[in-house]
Every structure is written in C-alpha cells, then in structure tokens.
Design a protein around this ligand. Structure first.
Ligand SMILES: Cc1cc2nc3c(=O)[nH]c(=O)nc-3n(C[C@H](O)[C@H](O)[C@H](O)COP(=O)(O)OP(=O)(O)OC[C@H]3O[C@@H](n4cnc5c(N)ncnc54)[C@H](O)[C@@H]3O)c2cc1C
Length: 441
C-alpha cells in the first residue's frame, strides 16, 4: 500500500518520527507553488524565510532518506513567471494534476496544515482519488487536539490560565513535587514595568550571521521574482535552519531573557524588539522544538541566571498561549474566520501600509514592521490591533493584514489572535473583554 506524503511548507522538522515509516514505494511531495508561501502581497521577509527554510529542509530530508528509494518531488520557483504562478497556486490542485498522470496512492498523509481551508482541500483530494487520509504526528505542538477538546468540554468560559496549569503539569516544566515552582503558577504582576531611561536598549539580532548559502541565494534572487512586495529585505535575520534557531535561542536566553519578564509589556522607541525572543518563526516552522526552548529557559532560572518571573513568563507564552490559541482555532471550526461580533466594516487606515501618520506609536510600529517583518506582542495588540478595532475595521481585513505582514504568521495562530484576542470579533471566546484602552493601558 503506497503512501503519498504531502509535506507542509510550515512544518520543516526533518527529525520527525513519521519519516522512519517512509517505504521505498512511497512518494513525498512538497511545493513552493503555494499562495500561502509566495505571492505579491506577503512581506518580502516572509517569502525569503519560507523559501530558504523549505529549501534547507529539502536538503536535510534528502539526507535522512539517502538509503531509501522513495521518490521525493520538490517543486522550486526558478523564474519570474514561476514566481507569478506560485502566488495563485494551491498545493492540492498541483498534486491532483500530478496524480492524474500516475497510479493513485492508497493513502495520503500529511501533518495538519495551517488552516481549515487547506485541511479540507487535502481531505477532498484524498476522496477524489479514492485514497485513505491520515494526519501525521506533529512535534511543533505539545497538546493534541483531542486533549484540548477534552479540556474544553463542558466549560462555559475558556480561561487560558487554567489550561496553562494543566500544561505545566503535563510537561513538568517549572514544577516541584509539591506544586508550581516558586509557590505560584503565574508571576505576571512582576512583569509590567516600563523601561527606565537609563536601561540600555538595543535592537538584537534574532538570527545569526553570516547567512548560509541557500538563504544568500534566495536573497539574491527574490527581488527579481517579487519586485513589489511590501517590506524591506535588507535587515533579514530570521533563522532558516535548526542550528541557527538553536543559536537564536541561546542568544535570547543568554542576553535578553533576564529582562524579558519585567519589560514584556513595555513599549520603547529605541527598539521594536526590546527583550523579546523572536523565536515564533522558528517554533512555528518546526525549526525549534517548543519543549527544548522552554527547558533551556527553565534551566537558566534553576541556575540562577534569570528571575523566576522571566522564565515563567516565557514558558506561559509558549505552552500556555500558543497551545491555547491553536486549540481554540481548530475546535471552533471554520466559521470562526467569519465572526464579526462588533459588526465592524471599515477598511484599514492607509498608514498601516505606509507608516505615514502623525501618530508616533503607529508610525514606529509600522515602520519597524516594514523593515523587519516583526513587531512584539504589545505593539500588535495595543497599537495596531487597538487602533484597527477603534477605527471599526472589518476583522477579516485586520486578519489579512497581520497574515501578510508578519514573518511568523500562519492562520491557526494569526486568526485567534486577531479575530479573537485583538478585535473581539468572537464576542469573547478567546478573551473576556475587548482590548480597548487609552495610551495608559
Ligand atoms: C493581533 C495579534 C496577531 C498575532 N499574530 C501572530 C502570528 O501571526 N503568529 C504568531 O506566532 N503569533 C502571533 N501573535 C502572538 C504574539 O504576539 C507573537 O507570538 C509574538 O509577538 C512573537 O514574537 P516573539 O517570538 O518575539 O515572542 P515572545 O514575546 O518572545 O514570546 C515567546 C513565544 O511565545 C509564543 N506566544 C506568545 N504570545 C502568543 C500568543 N498570543 N499566541 C501564540 N503564541 C504566543 C510565541 O511562540 C513566541 O515566540 C499575535 C498577537 C496579536 C495580538
């Protein structure tokens, strides 16, 4: 029984357990011709990140499969025409046209893709060719959707804090035999400081230089392929492989983690990165294991290198918020994408694309975003998200903007954060109240 593995562009873990099950008569298919990978509307850094990270993954996977006769088909963009075609392509359609020319597989297997729409397209494809459909295990997440479904069953309100406590117990992170380390589950009350004037703030590098060969080649060519995309490629520094991601983790833990906690909610004009980790791209793409990242952070606290509030704060974001948002997205169903509880219908202000505005905080966040493909959580929530909501912007328009301009975007995480947390379009599934505030939130 042959299996066709449809490889997702955002799951680049070449150490995945399922790869050991690939047999000689199986086929693996991966394509850059995917409108969620490339196209004219994406921040150019997100395009570079995806193409580079996917190409480097291909090399690691080929290496892992070197003793296998399985066929690995990888479709690569190589010209301006192909770059245009990629922006309107869907991987399932491309796969279907390939399958029409060959014997259909008995089984189609994939990790869960990034959106409801992509998942239903693959299921339909399997139906169309009469193949069984299977979802593969995915080490990017620590809570299965069955576990999340069981946790949310019968609850009137979904309170992230309670979910987080279960995740602490499940992973054993920052746990002592008698309960949570330090005697409390949450040290957030220590994490709300403004950055004092005499605190040294510089813009950290998230990735590592010098850039590897594959990324350098993509950087050289992408300007011709995608000449009018938003954003600048100049300061590209995202990790595109696991070793770089590991290095980025070490530099975060060594240089910024101690101040991550206290200044987690702060805004500062000297840097859009402040003391944040910049690890979301690496964790979301499967370049960095979330448990490894949290364990390194816990170790730094146990060794006395960082305060408990920093370590607990980071771990809560990763095993709490990240897993919670994913659980909400998948268990709410595809209708979540259409919610509009506040009945908002306007377009975004033009300044969201140009950074041209008299509002200094918006100018700072949007110009930093265009330069780097990044803004930290409070900038996303309390500057652009807040303004978009007060402006009465249609939540789906807001979601599209975050999807296209952030290097770490993927629908399963962008949607619950925008439609839910930021725009309150879900009427209170993700949060208890809208994040509406003045400058002194
Ligand atoms: C409107 C809005 C849109 C967002 N869109 C995205 C998105 O497209 N992709 C994305 O990964 N995150 C998104 N977030 C969540 C969060 O802002 C980012 O994960 C974080 O800013 C990424 O930067 P960092 O890696 O420096 O995170 P840090 O501040 O260093 O936090 C550590 C890690 O915790 C996780 N995390 C923290 N908060 C959240 C959260 N609310 N949801 C999920 N994971 C979280 C991330 O993996 C992050 O890397 C969004 C938040 C808002 C308010």
């Amino acid at each position: 029984m042959s299996t066709l593995y449809l490889l997702q562009p955002d799951c680049l873990d070449a150490a995945a357990s399922w790869i050991s099950d690939v047999r000689d008569d199986d086929t693996l298919f991966m394509t850059e011709f995917d409108r969620f990978v490339a196209g004219p509307d994406w921040h150019i850094q997100r395009v570079i990140l995806y193409l580079s990270a996917m190409r480097r993954f291909r090399a690691r996977l080929e290496n892992r499969l070197s003793d296998s006769d399985a066929e690995f088909v990888y479709e690569e963009i190589g010209s301006n025409e192909e770059a245009k075609e990629a922006g309107t392509s869907d991987p399932s359609d491309r796969l279907l046209s390939r399958l029409e020319a060959s014997d259909p597989p008995a089984r189609i297997a994939t990790v869960r893709p990034a959106s409801h729409e992509a998942l239903s397209r693959i299921r339909n494809l399997a139906d169309d060719v009469g193949a069984e459909f299977e979802l593969l295990p995915d080490a990017r997440f620590l809570c299965t959707l069955d576990e999340f479904g069981a946790w949310r069953e019968g609850r009137k309100r979904l309170v992230m804090e309670y979910f987080y406590r279960e995740m602490r117990k499940k992973t054993g992170l920052m746990m002592e035999p008698e309960g949570p380390a330090g005697g409390e589950w949450n040290f957030d009350d220590r994490n709300r400081r403004s950055v004092p004037d005499d605190e040294a703030v510089s813009a950290p590098e998230f990735g590592v230089s010098p850039t590897d060969e594959v990324t350098t080649e993509v950087l050289d060519r992408v300007g011709a392929w995608f000449p009018s995309n938003p954003g600048s490629a100049e300061r590209f520094d995202w990790p595109t492989g696991p070793q770089q991601a590991e290095k980025a983790l070490r530099s975060f833990v060594g240089d910024r983690l101690a101040k991550f906690g206290p200044y987690q909610d702060a805004l500062h004009t000297a840097s859009g990165r402040l003391f944040h980790s910049g690890l979301a791209t690496s964790i979301n793409l499967g370049l960095l294991d979330p448990l490894d990242a949290c364990s390194a952070v816990e170790e730094a606290w146990r060794d006395g290198r960082v305060p408990i509030s920093s370590a607990e704060g980071f771990i809560r974001q990763v095993i709490g918020w990240r897993e919670f948002m994913r659980g909400v997205y998948w268990t709410e169903g595809a209708d979540f994408m259409e919610l509009n509880a506040l009945d908002a219908g306007r377009d975004l202000p033009a300044s969201f694309w140009t950074a041209e505005t008299d509002m200094a905080c918006v100018r700072h966040v949007v110009s930093g975003l265009l330069e780097t493909g990044y803004a930290h959580h409070i900038q996303r929530l309390m500057v652009t998200g807040l303004l978009a909501m007060l402006h009465g912007t249609r939540p789906q328009t807001v979601h599209d903007w975050y999807m296209h301009l952030y290097a770490d975007s993927a629908e399963w995480v962008t949607a619950p954060n925008t439609i839910g947390m930021s725009q309150f379009a879900d009427g209170g599934v993700v949060g208890t109240k809208p994040y509406a505030a003045s400058g002194k939130y």
